[in-house]
Write a protein of this length. Structure first.
Length: 291
């Protein structure tokens, strides 16, 4: 059984993890309409193409290769333009979805006529002990010692997830991933290709600031990755880049009138407070790795 969702997977030199990401889609209890893998000018694009072509035929997979690296925003926009589904969802090539992700999110989107939804994301599944059934941290908290957050053996018996409001303040307060997003395609706006960092945050803010946006936050972890959010590898290793990217995005949003003065001030202050903490965490982790 499938649903009217196009899944866009941007990939760049990620053939080593692409199969794991695709396997998490084929393991969904409710399958997507199609998968669109967009290779952003990788050195290993032929290997990624072979992996995509080897997938089972029960979900159509399209592979699009860009001749040169143009950034994740261009790759996602290319996938969005090619998508035929009513809804759009996104998965990074080094992350995975939990088994009930599409069933829960799609049914809420379609049943409640939503434009946009998000849910929590587990940044490091190897440390949390998550196995992809969505049963841990299901209300979005991460204290890990509450009875209702303990692991449930059969994910099919889980109660419905709790829901909360989702507004343009939510991305200022949380650090969730693009892997958690589902959008009604006709309400989608393009990713800002001028931004190399903060492009996902900017998109959330633009979508949620649009008049009449119908959105909900699903308080259950339904996707995850395998590295710490700060200082592990890739873009997350560049803490100054992340910091200045968020600040640049906030300035752009206020200049274009897409956020309020209070949101801009709150975002800038919290970012200035978080930055030294991130720098300290990276230093501590680097020191611990040397011991």
């Amino acid at each position: 059984m499938s649903c009217d969702v196009s899944v866009v997977i941007p990939t760049y030199n990620s053939s080593a993890t692409l199969k794991r990401a695709l396997d998490s889609l084929y393991g969904q209890s409710l399958l997507p309409r199609e998968i669109i893998v967009v290779d952003d000018g990788s050195d290993d694009w032929e290997q990624s193409q072979r992996i995509a072509a080897s997938c089972p035929e029960r979900i159509p997979v399209r592979f699009i290769h860009l001749d040169k690296n143009q950034g994740v925003s261009t790759a996602r926009n290319t996938g969005i333009a090619a998508a035929m589904g009513r809804y759009l969802a996104f998965l990074d090539s080094d992350d995975v979805w939990y088994r009930e992700k599409l069933a829960i999110q799609y049914e809420l989107m379609a049943g409640r006529n939503l434009d946009f939804s998000m849910h929590p994301y587990c940044h490091d599944m190897t440390r949390s002990g998550g196995d992809g059934d969505g049963s841990e941290d299901r209300d979005g908290d991460r204290d890990g010692d509450r009875d209702e957050d303990k692991k449930v053996e059969n994910p099919d018996t889980l109660p419905p997830p709790s829901l909360s409001s989702l507004s343009s303040w939510t991305p200022l307060l949380r650090n969730d991933s693009t892997n958690s997003v589902m959008v009604l395609k006709e309400r989608m706006v393009p990713y800002d290709t001028s931004l190399r960092r903060g492009e996902d945050f900017t998109l959330y803010m633009e979508l949620l600031a649009r008049p009449g946006c119908r959105a909900l936050y699903i308080r259950r972890v339904l996707a995850g990755g395998f590295k710490s959010t700060i200082g592990a590898s890739g873009l997350s290793q560049d803490v100054p880049g992340m910091h200045f990217g968020r600040m640049h995005a906030l300035r752009k949003l206020i200049r274009e009138g897409k956020i309020s003065t209070s949101q801009y001030s709150f975002g800038m202050v919290t970012e200035m407070l978080k930055y030294p903490i991130r720098v300290l965490l990276v230093w501590l982790r680097a020191r611990a790795a040397q011991m």
